[in-house]
Design a protein around this ligand. Structure first.
Ligand code: UT7
Length: 320
């Protein structure tokens, strides 16, 4: 079997960090409410930077980390809810900016699990033997789809991008990937698309804002993460105690803490950077991986877990 490894990681964020106090001037909220309910202290918000430019900055760092040039890429997959345009895709816009002329480029939509789903496609594409180097990017400018009058959602999210280069390799470092989805429960976290509005039917356009039933998503998140961990370890000879680093989708510190207790870890065992970034959806895991990797040593076991709209979920077990 053809092995797959991560050869490069990079991330990028907009220059503006917006604090909870800053937000309390925009909506009826407070630093105390946001911090105690979510663990978020600030988030990065674009004042003009696009999904493409943020993705390109992260991608360039990942390519440099992998020590390869863009023309060596066989595939670019962008996971995002917030492309600059629906056509061309975010991946094609990134391809153009990078000059990745030999790549097949496309987007996928799996909300906060997007990076995990795209990574599975990348790994499988390399294993077939027809691709050697695949760039996966998770990127969001969520600030453009938030209702800035809705305090239930606008305080939770932020903008950012993370990128990972997967390469064929003699060693197989991607030990397992588990994914799942349940469309029947999708109504708890939504973002509408275009309504049918044509020569036969007249309809008001949608508002294009993210909408969430926070408590239902919270219950889903805290129940699905232990399942993601159990399933990605299944069939391997690795147990939770053997894992050196766990990076969860960064949504809420209370989700991290509940999961910590449920899987028998100690507070602080899970990587955390949501206090600085908020929830950046598809970008959250690759940004966190980029920041967490400074503590990783070769051969250590790393677990990545994502969950979000769809509903979708997934996990990756890898050896660094
Ligand atoms: O990537 C996955 C996406 N989403 C998530 O992971 C989110 C999962 N859910 C959560 O993290 C939590 O459910 C929230 C942080 C969204 C909400 O926390 P909660 O403890 O479930 O609060 P709540 O929705 O029950 O609201 C409690 C109160 C309400 O007031 P009343 O009705 O009790 O008077 C809200 O109106 O807090 C109020 N509230 C706020 N107050 C100040 C809601 N948002 C705010 C706010 N500032 N920003």
């Amino acid at each position: 079997m053809i092995g797959v490894k991560i050869s490069g990681v990079g991330s990028a964020k907009p220059k503006n960090s917006v604090s909870n106090d800053d937000l309390s001037k925009v909506v009826d909220t407070s630093d105390t409410w946001i911090l105690t309910r979510t663990g978020i202290k600030s988030r990065y918000i674009s004042d003009g930077e696009t999904t493409t430019s943020l993705a390109v900055r992260a991608a360039k760092k990942a390519l440099a980390d992998a020590n390869i040039t863009a023309d060596m890429l066989d595939m670019i997959i962008v996971a995002t809810l917030t492309p600059d345009q629906l056509m061309p895709s975010a991946a094609c816009l990134v391809q153009k900016e990078l000059g990745a002329n030999n790549a097949t480029a496309f987007d996928i939509s799996a909300a906060c699990s997007g990076f995990i789903f795209a990574s599975k496609i990348a790994r499988d594409a390399i294993r077939t033997g027809s691709n050697k180097k695949v760039l996966v990017i998770g990127v969001e400018i969520l600030s453009k789809i938030l209702n800035w009058k809705d305090r239930n959602t606008c305080v939770l999210f932020g903008d950012g991008a993370g990128a990972v280069v997967y390469e064929s390799s003699a060693e197989d470092n991607i030990l397992n990937i588990y994914t799942g989805s349940d469309g029947s429960r999708g109504s708890v976290l939504t973002l509408d698309g275009f309504p049918i509005n044509n020569c036969l039917v007249e309809k008001e356009p949608n508002d294009y804002f993210l909408k969430m039933n926070g408590s239902e998503v919270y219950k889903f998140a805290t129940s699905i993460v232990p399942i993601c961990i159990e399933n990605v370890l299944k069939g391997t000879n690795i147990e939770i105690q053997d894992i050196d680093h766990i990076v969860l989708h960064q949504a809420n510190i209370r989700i991290l803490d509940t999961v910590t207790t449920k899987i028998g870890l100690v507070k602080g065992d899970l990587f955390e950077n949501l206090s600085e970034y908020g929830n950046t959806s598809a970008a959250s895991i690759p940004i966190a991986l980029d920041e967490a990797k400074v503590d990783f040593k070769k051969g250590e076991k790393v677990l990545l877990v994502g969950f979000g709209g769809g509903l979708t979920w997934g996990s990756i077990l890898l050896e660094w």
